[in-house]
Design a protein around this ligand. Structure first.
Ligand code: NAD
Ligand code: ZN
Length: 364
């Protein structure tokens, strides 16, 4: 199977996204060729270490790189000051005459934490992403948003810090739980709705193959989504104009649903699926989106196995949480809406009454 290379174009900080099947065994050679340093720090969790990390370590050593591993909890708790403190202290003790670089081996949790560590240690050391979930391959590993959580909110501490390489081996996705494939599909559907009607039609036709982790379909989806994200990041790295903002489609209410349920009821992509439905309903209410298209989007979300109802969370909790969204500017809300599959429009000051109406419709 041939290798696909997409590129995030940011001048001197440009980097490739390499996509293929069974490419993890040759990752060490590529990493060595990049000359990021001589001493690799791998951050991962215990399951992934056993499943993929051991071989990676062996191959890195065979390429004359030294390796130190850090194992973090397999929950959002990994994205915390406690972990940061532990890992940075340990790295500083280990760092004697070393040329360190970080390898994130894992899903979005490991990726966000590793990127943040790389961004702050010695004011920045190189890092690369080996994303192991569908969501991480198509979204979180690309674009340089790194973050840890505070009690006051998720991803509140972070930096824009781009990786030097992203390696997506679709073979590793086969050990994912079905729910994590489905969660990744939430973000894939987002890319289709905001940017590409043809891709939307492809997903409609091939969603069952994706759920069955068929090679060709996984490659197509990782390729397409990473290409869309890479193009957006290349034009608006730090969300300084509204180009990158469109990636937040479904995220204003999606994040509020995650937060109102204390981040333990929904996977990220599941909450985003619900958030997209609310954004579509808002678009319909504002006469931007036809009802037939709203129904088409809902049908695909259902077909992907994503929830279409918000179970067991009171409306006021979701509304309270949505005020904390980072897209609020003072008291003004900001929504990415759709005016047809493949097209977006940004609207400010959506009346609270309307927001409540569309969320209420989804409550169960
Ligand atoms: N930086 C960004 O731009 C960005 C974008 C979206 C989401 N995020 C963040 O990403 C996180 C969610 O990421 P996620 O959905 O990947 O969750 P995750 O990292 O928690 O992974 C989900 C589960 O899958 C397991 N797993 C990972 N790879 C596996 C594999 N190959 N086989 C079997 N199991 C595997 C993990 O151990 C975990 O239990 C959140 O913290 C979110 O804030 C960041
Ligand atoms: Zn997201």
């Amino acid at each position: 199977m041939k290798l696909i290379i997409n590129k995030v174009r940011l001048g001197k900080r440009s980097y490739p996204i390499i996509i293929g099947k069974n490419i993890l065994p040759v990752a060490a050679k590529r990493i060595k060729e990049l000359k990021l340093g001589t001493d690799a720090i791998i951050i991962t969790n215990s399951f992934l270490r056993k499943k993929y990390g051991h071989n990676l370590v062996k191959n890195l050593k065979a390429n004359n790189l030294t390796v130190k591993e850090f194992i973090v909890p397999d929950t959002e708790k990994a994205k915390s000051f406690i972990q940061i403190n532990k890992i940075l202290t340990s790295i500083s003790e280990y760092d004697k005459d070393k040329r360190l670089f970080v390898i994130a081996l894992g899903g979005g949790v490991v990726g966000d934490l590793s990127g943040f560590i790389a961004s702050v240690y010695r004011r920045g050391i190189p890092y690369l992403q080996i994303p192991t979930t569908l969501l991480a391959q198509i979204d979180s590993s690309i674009g340089g948003k790194t973050a840890i959580n505070l009690t006051a909110g998720k991803n509140l501490i972070g930096a824009f810090y781009q990786p030097r390489l992203v390696i997506c081996d679709i073979e590793v996705l086969k050990s994912l739980k079905k729910r994590d494939i489905v969660s990744g599909l939430g973000e894939a559907i987002k890319y289709a709705v905001i940017k590409d009607k043809t891709f939307f039609n492809y997903l409609e036709k091939n969603v069952h193959k994706l759920l069955a982790c068929k090679d060709d379909t996984l490659i197509t989806v990782v390729d397409k989504c990473s290409m869309i994200k890479a193009e957006i990041i290349s034009k608006d790295e730090k969300e300084e104009n509204s180009i990158r903002t469109v990636l937040n489609f479904g995220h204003t209410i999606g994040h509020a649903i995650e937060s109102a349920s204390s981040y333990d009821k929904f996977r990220h992509g599941e909450a985003i699926g619900l958030g997209m439905l609310c954004a579509c309903e808002l678009s319909k209410e504002l006469k931007l989106l036809k009802e037939t298209e709203l129904n088409e989007i809902e049908k695909l979300i259902k077909k992907a196995g994503l929830p279409v109802k918000i179970k067991g969370i009171p409306l006021n909790k979701i509304i309270d949480a949505h005020y904390h969204d980072k897209k609020f500017i003072g008291k003004t809300n900001r929504f990415v809406l759709t005016c047809g599959i493949g097209k977006t429009i940004i609207r400010n000051n959506i009346p609270l009454k309307l927001i409540k109406k569309v969320i209420k419709k989804r409550l169960f």
